[in-house]
Ligand binder design. Structure first.
Ligand code: 13P
Ligand code: SF4
Length: 312
């Protein structure tokens, strides 16, 4: 493994490449990355990097977002099959038909979508900025929010909006067990529950902190509590444990205790070997259709501009 790390570091320098990794990647990939972050931070980093090659250790939509922001750079993803069940729950043709059927609605899409969905969107959001971006519109604005029904319901509940929701969801965040989290809370009465807003409302009702991966990490660092039950993809525990070695992080269990369902099977397709091969061969590369990209850049840039104004 040490040899692999040294070779990746060497290739990275030779090729002026940068490795960006999401918190749901395996620990070894997070450790070798130049930057680890949530979806918003990864897009912000991609937009400002001076590297010639971006290796996006995450899923396909994250690579697409980087490519749309940096059309002149080579954007690589170690495994091109690293998709997203939430993005897949929103086929572009069906979403476009839904949008066309409601021409008086503003379209807000979660970043976990294909470039083609973003192309029919007015503004993109991530879990870090969704609330603020929704609230930046007048209270009576008619809004379509897609594709995550759980995040949409959560934003509706905290803002009092009645956004029309696309009926999509993430297979990882939908499977946490209320009963098992309640059981863990009994066994660890002082533990705080941290939950990602892609979880169902029954899980969010148990949470002490709801937020993006970056927000949950920040909360864990700043909290005076010593134990945490974490209801999101378990890769985030790597950085939590690294930042807070004296604290205990317990991954929230899925309904089916025989599976590793709190790991995102798409995210985990990326491995150190594939990262090495993709840097060496400069493939697989993310390609986005130019017409789609020219439309998708607008809602992405709008999100980045609003986020900058908000200091996010
Ligand atoms: P974050 O933007 O909170 O990192 O979430 C990304 C994601 O895919 C959640 O499942
Ligand atoms: Fe998509 Fe869910 Fe995996 Fe996040 S955890 S990348 S939303 S499938």
């Amino acid at each position: 493994m040490n040899e692999l790390i040294t070779t990746i570091e060497k290739l990275k320098k030779e090729k002026n490449a940068v490795i960006l990794a999401h918190y749901y990647q395996s620990g070894d990939i997070q450790d070798i990355a130049d930057f680890v972050g949530d979806s918003l931070a990864l897009a912000q980093w991609a937009a400002k990097t001076e590297a010639d090659i971006i290796v996006m250790c995450g899923v396909h939509f994250m690579g697409e977002t980087a490519k749309i922001l940096c059309p002149d750079k080579k954007v690589l993803v170690p495994d091109l099959e690293a998709g997203c069940s939430l993005a897949d729950s929103c086929p572009a043709d069906k979403f476009a038909a839904f949008v066309s059927a409601h021409p008086d609605h503003t379209v807000i899409s979660y970043v976990n979508t294909s470039a083609a969905v973003k192309a029919v969107t007015d503004v993109v959001v991530t879990s870090t900025n969704a609330r603020q971006i929704v609230e930046s519109f007048p209270a009576d604005e008619k809004i379509i929010f897609g594709p995550d029904r759980n995040l949409g319901n959560y934003i509706n509940s905290i803002t009092g909006r009645e956004m029309m929701l696309w009926d999509g969801a993430c297979h990882v965040h939908e499977q946490f067990s209320v009963e098992k989290i309640v059981g863990l809370k009994k066994a660890h009465p002082s533990a705080e529950v941290l939950a990602h807003p892609e979880c169902k409302s029954t899980i969010l009702a148990l949470a002490d902190k709801i937020g993006s991966t970056a927000a949950l990490l920040k909360h864990a660092i700043n909290s005076d509590k010593k134990e945490f039950i974490v209801a999101t993809e378990s890769g985030i525990l790597h950085e939590m444990q690294k930042q807070c070695p004296e604290k205990t992080f317990i991954p929230a269990p899925p309904n089916d205790s025989t599976c590793a369902c709190n790991e995102c099977s798409f995210m985990r397709l990326n491995t150190m070997e594939k990262l090495y091969n993709c840097l060496k061969d400069e493939t697989p590369e993310i390609i986005v259709d130019a017409t789609v990209a020219s439309k998708a850049i607008r809602p992405i840039q709008r999100m980045l501009d609003i986020s900058e104004t908000l200091g996010l």
